[in-house]
Design a protein around this ligand. Structure first.
Ligand code: 13P
Ligand code: SF4
Length: 330
């Protein structure tokens, strides 16, 4: 029996649902029961009948599943950490609030919104302050709802996502620590970023436009505002997939997002918008062997917690759940 067959057999025996983000390696993505972007995965994993979820993605995604479905056992073959999510923790969050307070903005006048790419502890802090989570697919709606509170929005941790949506909604934005006036901004962005989505440059866009006159440029909103301003289409993972699949086959498109996903989208006329391969290093950590090893451990190991089981303490889970549910209710 080959590794893939062994995995399928163990999965059935142990009542495991395998969940994989679009950025996973092909070998892992192909055998998953549930695939999707971060929002779809959180929702679909909640609805799964299995007791055990084997989550192939990055740590904050596994944590979100555990927070939304505490009765499930969530295991990750690798607890790979999203580099952007790592840029903020509870202490950095508190420091950011203090910076706003020092600028004369009171805590009760701040409505925090955290991108789903953040730890459960940051989501919990946001939940405690009345705030909510967003993803790249629903950021517009969530910010719109946040603005209705009449408060100033603190957007963490992705500077680019915050700035791109502020522009799209004709709002003013400032970045913490870059010297811009915080008091004049509708949205104050934390200065985090995704190193993978920072790889796409204005030169890359110019290169493709010079080479192919009619090429379209499609990018993820985690790219720098200078890139999003020049693109023909800016969309979340799922929006990019839909946009590209609906293009006529002869239409060339250069895409600015993670390599694995772009590579399996369309066989012809699709280009990676970079001379460097934009692979997310942590999303790529999980291999088929890791999936097999995790299942084998679940089969043989009696003592809990299991290696790489996702656990979130009760208080953090309670508040993170509130912040996530404020998003899901929309
Ligand atoms: P999505 O919310 O589009 O799945 O994005 C997650 C992510 O990590 C993008 O880099
Ligand atoms: Fe995090 Fe960027 Fe990887 Fe997405 S692509 S998981 S934002 S490091």
């Amino acid at each position: 029996m080959n590794l893939k067959e062994e995995i399928l057999k163990l999965k059935e025996k142990l009542d495991v649902t395998i969940v994989a983000h679009f950025y996973q390696r092909d070998e892992v993505f192909e055998l998953a029961d549930i695939t999707g972007d971060s929002l779809e995965l959180a929702k679909k994993a909640m609805l799964s009948d299995s007791k055990n979820i084997l989550f192939c993605g990055v740590g904050f995604m596994g944590e979100s599943v555990k927070v939304l479905s505490p009765e499930k056992r969530v295991l990750m073959p690798k607890i790979a950490c999203c580099a952007m999510a790592k840029m903020i923790d509870g202490d950095y969050y508190d420091d950011s609030i203090k910076t706003l307070n020092d600028a004369g903005i009171k805590s009760e006048d701040i409505l925090p919104i955290t991108y789903i790419n953040s730890s459960a502890s940051v989501k919990a802090k946001v939940g405690q302050m009345g705030g909510m989570v967003c993803t790249s697919s629903n950021a517009y709606k969530i910010i719109e709802k946040g603005l209705k509170s009449g408060k100033k929005i603190l957007f963490v941790p992705d500077r680019c996502l915050g700035q791109n949506f502020a522009k799209k909604m004709n709002l003013t934005s400032a970045v913490l620590g870059d010297g811009t006036s915080l008091n004049d901004a509708d949205i104050i962005c934390y200065n985090g970023f995704c190193s993978v989505h920072q790889l796409f440059s204005v030169d890359d866009i110019e290169f493709y436009r010079n080479k192919y006159e009619d090429i379209l440029i499609a990018v993820h909103p985690e790219c720098d505002p200078a890139i999003c301003d020049l693109a023909d289409f800016v969309g979340s993972t799922s929006e990019l997939i839909k946009y590209i699949k609906e293009l006529p086959v002869e239409q060339k498109v250069a895409v600015g997002t993670e390599y694995n996903m772009v590579n399996r989208l369309r066989t012809k006329n699709t280009y990676i918008l970079s001379s460097t391969k934009p692979e997310c290093p942590t999303m790529n950590e999980t291999t088929l062997q890791d999936v097999y090893d995790s299942l084998k451990l679940l089969e043989t190991e009696q003592e809990e917690p299991y290696l790489n089981e996702i656990l979130v303490d009760e208080d953090t889970a309670k508040w993170a759940n509130i912040a996530l549910n404020r998003m899901l209710e929309l």
